[in-house]
Design a protein around this ligand. Structure first.
Ligand code: ADP
Ligand code: MG
Length: 241
């Protein structure tokens, strides 16, 4: 193992759906411990890129390495074992189960069967994201913000090394957004490397250490947030000015 290897490496990754080049030759590196963001207009390939990283979307070409090891042939259900977890753009909670059960579903079967340990870990993450008082409720009884927190809890209960977040604050008001920003930054303090997709530029500049910008499946800019947001190509393709 190479101690200096990036946590995640994408080399010329493409995901095409028939003629749609959703992701079209993306190469990037993520270093451990940082919060990365992806900016881009609707349809620019952000969610598909997260799906490529979790192996949900088949690669048309390209290579993936996690912690220096190739994993493009690892099936999606095994990617969690590598230490990669994600939340989805739309809420995906199971409504005939409690909030606690939904969080526990973030553990694989083997870990879930070690009941005491699983329960202890679930308690820890529910406390961490602020949903302990809601654990007996059904997801649909929760506010939207609390549903999103439940999804973050489910994603981190297995202690992933890389957390992918697809628009975790979509549909939230400013106050809820600020709370999620604080939560993501405090997760960073605990060592979670994060790759975040969000539309709110101000939030991205505040939360992220490093930004990528996508347009039509390609990376068009990357760097420090202030620089990426000031980039002319990014302004034209995304910010509309
Ligand atoms: P973003 O998350 O940046 O809004 P997406 O990754 O969802 O963009 O989509 C990128 C492009 O790929 C869009 O044109 C979208 O319609 C297309 N796309 C995404 N998923 C599929 C799919 N499963 N089948 C066909 N086309 C898809
Ligand atoms: Mg998307």
């Amino acid at each position: 193992e190479d101690a200096s290897a990036p946590l995640l490496e994408l080399d010329d990754v493409a995901v095409h759906f028939g003629g749609v080049r959703a992701v079209d030759g993306v190469s990037l590196h993520l270093r451990e411990g940082l919060i990365y963001g992806i900016l881009g207009a609707n349809g620019s390939g952000k969610s598909t890129l997260l799906g490529a990283v979790t192996r949900l979307n088949p690669l048309t070409r390209g290579h993936l390495r996690f912690d220096g090891r190739p994993y493009e042939n690892v099936p999606a259900h095994r990617v969690a074992h590598l230490g990669v977890a994600r939340t989805f753009q739309t809420v995906r909670l199971i409504d005939d189960r409690s909030v606690l059960d939904n969080v526990l579903l973030g553990l694989d079967t083997a870990d879930r069967s070690k009941r005491k340990h699983a329960r202890g870990r679930a308690d820890e993450v529910m406390e961490r994201v602020g949903i302990t008082h809601l654990q007996r409720m059904r997801p649909s009884e929760l506010s939207y913000g609390m549903q999103r927190r439940t999804e973050i809890a489910r994603a981190i209960v297995g202690t992933p090394r890389l957390l992918l977040l697809d628009e975790p604050t979509a549909g939230m008001n400013t106050e809820e957004r600020d709370e999620i920003s604080d939560l993501l930054r405090s997760l960073q303090q605990e060592g979670y490397t994060q790759l975040l997709v969000e539309h709110d530029v101000q939030m991205m500049v505040t939360v992220c250490d490093y930004l990528f910008a996508m347009n039509f499946g390609k990376l068009i800019a990357q760097g420090l947030p202030d620089d990426v947001v000031a980039d002319q190509g990014v302004r034209e393709s995304y910010l509309g000015r």
